[in-house]
Write a protein of this length. Structure first.
Length: 133
């Protein structure tokens, strides 16, 4: 079974997320999107019609998005079949956090790695051509 198909993004805490993004824009040309982070769109190597994205997103220090991890960052990986992968991970004894959420942005599931880092697994929505790749 396919597991991780790509890197969806990195999420991290910052004392001043908007100021930090302004710094990245000024010094590295990384202009934030309206929602406060940056999403880069790209095309699949083997299928130029398929669009994907990778996200860089700072969060406020009091964000609960990273819980139960106490680390100030979280990885997001793209996956092919989130439900099947989550079932497999559970059967392998991996710590699963919360239930899978199905949103307009796709399906999301969370696990913890052995270092206590929360990992977000993301299956793009069916309307997104990058889903299932």
């Amino acid at each position: 079974m396919k597991k991780v198909t790509g890197f969806g993004g990195i999420f991290f805490k910052s004392n001043a997320p908007r100021d930090l993004m302004a710094w990245y824009d000024k010094h590295l040309g990384l202009q934030s999107d309206d929602w406060g982070g940056k999403a880069w769109e790209w095309r699949e190597k083997d299928d130029a019609e398929t669009v994907g994205q990778t996200v860089f997103n700072p969060f406020k220090p009091d964000s609960k998005k990273f819980a139960p991890s106490e680390l100030p960052y979280m990885f997001n990986f793209r996956v092919h079949d989130l439900d099947a992968l989550m079932a497999q991970l559970k059967s392998e004894g991996v710590q699963v956090v919360d239930d899978v959420q199905d949103t307009e942005y796709g399906k999301f599931g969370w696990i913890m790695d052995p270092d206590g880092r929360k990992i977000e697994l993301w299956q793009a929505p069916a309307a997104d051509p990058s889903a299932g790749k």
